[in-house]
Design a protein around this ligand. Structure first.
Ligand code: ADP
Ligand code: MG
Length: 500
């Protein structure tokens, strides 16, 4: 076996091929002119999406090399909400470039070391030179728009971007923004609701409006004994045993009625006995059972009231505005408090549930990136500009490293340019021309240029408002480099015994 074949084992070749195939699958979706994918399972269920994370999640990947790439997309999605396609394409390109280094006789470990060093240099440059500090609210709107461009949401880009920024500003971060979608109407009819929306099956029909609520982190049913005990009793004592627990429940229900004489809604985490429900209904109290604890906490913030841990703790009810609405045959309760709270619910509207799912994914990305920039105050110029600048920096400094690792740094530098190249290519322009034009502009000191997707060539991305969170690009480069190194280090795939 000659040296080259030795350096590149069979497992490596296959892993790289599988990883590249995964990257190739999502490549055409990148950027504002990216296309959508229609995915269908054996049962004929269809998803239409442009979202890299969703495509990869639904992709039936069996090869371990491909699976590693899918994992990296998941990490990117969970940390930065967006940038999954870029991460995967970059990883694919890093692996492709490593193949030509293998052919030149570089050992995988040398490539890994070079890539590692290149990542360190690129991130340092990104932090020190490329990152811009966000000073105004308009930056957040621009970040939202960049994330939305090329998605279903684009038709309503102005409204959607504004809505996302307003929601994140109110809630503080993306995780605290609740999203509810109702089919019907169009995206433009989406709005920000100043409160919490609960959809739970109701135990009882009720009125359309209420003005008080009680939150209970327990149930209203016969007490379950803590231990698994057996009782032996005759039918008489059994009747009195049953009656005593019933009396206890009725007492709890009476307390609720006492504190909510005008009626209201009780949100209960566990179950509620039917006779308690009917007693409460007679007294104009609606019961919503099996409410998740997280919803109870949100409701508690909206109504500015504590959650009672036992029925005995109920001492007052909180004044709120509760409205009942039916959407798509499901009843929803809209709850908003008297005081200003930091709870925000985005109500999304869209024609069909297919488009609505994609709208929801677009909103998730946009909310995420807005919250990243709002909390870190750091952004970079989009359209692959930051990648091209890191690339130029690496190319200039690779020679300083010397030795064979220098070749790996140059390969890393070339790979970074795949992002602007693919954005241009997907828009129908020549990727090479765009990359060369961007290199030229950077050398001239014009540091804000990126692919002009409308007219071809390059244009000023900052003027066009194409900006994205700095942490998104940083994470994309780090994750892509890490997964590349892991794939390159594997030289054999061995069957392991099934986990028990
Ligand atoms: P990802 O899953 O990586 O976020 P997208 O399909 O959302 O993939 O594409 C994001 C890329 O498109 C980013 O690099 C972003 O800067 C770029 N982009 C967004 N809007 C524009 C635009 N108007 N012109 C050029 N590039 C853009
Ligand atoms: Mg995106």
């Amino acid at each position: 076996m000659n040296e080259i074949e030795n350096a590149r084992s069979k497992a490596q070749t296959h892993n790289i091929k599988a990883a590249k195939t995964v990257a190739e699958t999502v490549k055409s979706t990148l950027g504002p002119m990216g296309m959508d994918k229609l995915m269908m399972d054996g049962g004929g269920n269809v998803i239409v999406t442009n979202d890299g994370a969703t495509i990869l999640r639904e992709l039936d990947v069996t090869h371990p090399g491909g699976k590693m790439i899918v994992e990296v997309a998941k990490t990117q999605e969970s940390l930065c909400y967006d940038g999954t396609t870029s991460t995967v394409i970059l990883a694919g390109q890093l692996l492709a470039n490593s193949e030509s280094l293998f052919e030149k006789g570089l050992h995988p470990n040398v490539i890994c070391r070079g890539y590692h060093e290149a990542t360190r240099m690129a991130i340092k440059f990104l932090n020190e030179e490329i990152t811009i500090t966000s000073k105004e609210r308009n930056d957040l709107v621009a970040v939202a728009k960049t994330a939305i461009t090329g998605k279903t949401l684009e038709n309503a880009i102005e409204d959607v971007a504004e809505l996302c920024v307003a929601a994140v500003e109110k809630a503080g971060d993306a995780e605290s923004v609740k999203v509810v979608s109702f089919p019907g109407d169009s995206i433009q009819d989406s709005y920000l609701y100043d409160g919490c929306i609960v959809n739970k099956d109701y135990v009882l029909e009720g009125r359309d409006e209420y003005s008080h609520l009680v939150l209970m982190n327990t149930g209203l049913e016969n007490e379950k004994s803590e231990d698994n005990i057996q009782l032996q009793m005759n039918s008489e004592s059994f009747q009195s045993y049953k009656a005593s627990s019933k009396t206890h429940l009725i007492e709890s229900a009476k307390r609720l009625v006492e504190y909510m004489p005008e009626g209201g809604v009780v949100f209960v985490r566990d179950n509620v006995n039917d006779f308690v429900c009917s007693y409460l209904k007679k007294n104009h109290i609606m019961v919503v059972r099996r409410v998740p604890e997280s919803t109870l906490r949100t409701l508690s913030r909206v109504a500015d009231t504590p959650i009672c841990q036992t029925p005995e703790e109920v001492e007052f009810c909180a004044p709120v505005k509760i409205k009942r609405e039916k959407h798509n045959d499901v009843w929803y309760l809209f709850v908003n408090g008297e005081l200003e709270s930091n709870v925000a619910t985005l109500v999304l509207r869209g024609a069909t549930s297919h488009t609505l799912d994609e709208v929801e994914r677009g909103f998730d990305d946009a909310l995420g990136v807005v919250s990243l920039v709002m909390n870190s105050k750091e952004y970079v110029i989009g359209g692959g500009n930051s990648y091209a600048r890191m690339s130029s920096h690496l190319r200039q400094h690779a020679a300083k490293i010397g030795g064979r690792a220098q070749m790996a740094i140059e390969a890393f530098s070339d790979a970074l340019e795949i992002i602007p190249a693919t954005i241009a290519e997907n828009a129908g322009h020549d990727p090479l021309d765009v990359v060369l034009a961007m290199r030229h502009e950077i050398l001239q000191g014009n540091l804000t240029f990126g692919p002009d997707v409308e007219n071809g060539g390059v244009c000023d991305m900052l003027k066009a408002g194409v900006i994205e969170p700095a942490s998104l690009v940083k994470q994309a480069v780090q994750s892509a480099s890490e997964v590349t190194n892991s794939v390159l280090r594997i030289d054999d795939i061995i069957a392991r015994r099934p986990t028990q």
